[in-house]
Design a protein around this ligand. Structure first.
Ligand SMILES: [Mg+2]
Length: 248
């Protein structure tokens, strides 16, 4: 039986990288591209592969066709670049995430209080979305959750390349989550470490919590957010036990 909810939210959206897990993306992304490029060494050089991957990722982020999933937007462009059919390219990615992606765990560590925060949100009956930028398939998100001592079954929704039609920082990304959770954006609190990509949930009507410790895209001056603090303070806010965390 969930405890009665002391805050005016029905759903909590949590970013993953730099929020629930400690990961240095500046180290991780080049290592990820390098490792994935090995799987495509029969098709192109590492340098060309990196260009194709980043180019198709850009096309996916900019896709604004509401019925096209991120996965479709990505592979339509990527297969064209490689001049290979989807039926050949997709299984290469699938095998990579199944067998190779786990080798990147060394770039990541669990974050203290992440599990406690998730448990607190569930205890207070909040709907819980893992609002990680949906550039990766579920298999890759599940690996990263495990690196943080978390599991997919803790979340009511996980945004992935397969099930999402928009990426951060588009407001439509956040509206799609609220719609799937069956709540209004005003009933959502979005927490993340990225000033640009996570706090823009405000443009969709959500309140925001800037998670400190690994803040990205810091702008000059104070970032505009509803709250800011640690994961522990966010857990306390949800439990209604943190009086000093003023709404800004
Ligand atoms: Mg992040």
């Amino acid at each position: 039986m969930a405890k009665s909810n002391p805050i005016p939210y029905r759903a909590l959206l949590l970013d993953l990288d730099g929020t629930l897990i400690d990961i240095d993306m500046e180290m991780f992304i080049p290592a990820y591209i390098q490792l994935l490029a090995h799987s495509f060494s029969g098709h192109c050089t590492t340098e060309d592969f990196a260009g194709h991957l980043l180019g198709s990722t850009r096309v996916m982020i900019e896709n604004n066709e509401p019925r096209t999933t991120n996965q479709t937007a990505f592979f339509d462009d990527f297969c064209r670049r490689l001049d290979q059919p989807y039926a050949h390219v997709y299984p290469i990615f699938e095998r990579f995430y199944e067998l190779q992606f786990c080798r990147l765990q060394s770039f990541s560590r669990p974050r203290p209080h992440a599990r406690c925060l998730v448990n607190t949100a569930r205890r207070f009956g909040l709907k819980l979305a893992l609002a990680t930028n949906p550039l990766f398939p579920l298999a890759a998100v599940a690996h990263r959750l495990r690196w943080g001592d978390l599991t997919t079954d803790l979340f009511d929704l996980i945004t992935t390349v397969e099930n999402s039609h928009y990426c951060k920082p588009r407001p439509e990304y956040y509206l799609e989550i609220a719609g799937k959770l069956g709540v209004s954006p005003e009933e959502c609190l979005m927490a993340g470490n990225d000033v640009l990509e996570d706090l823009c949930a405000a443009a969709a009507g959500m309140d925001t919590f800037l998670v400190e410790g690994m803040i990205l895209n810091q702008t000059k001056g104070e970032p505009e957010c509803t709250y800011r603090g640690s994961l522990e303070e966010l857990a306390n806010l949800i439990a209604g036990e943190y009086c000093d965390l003023k709404k800004r």
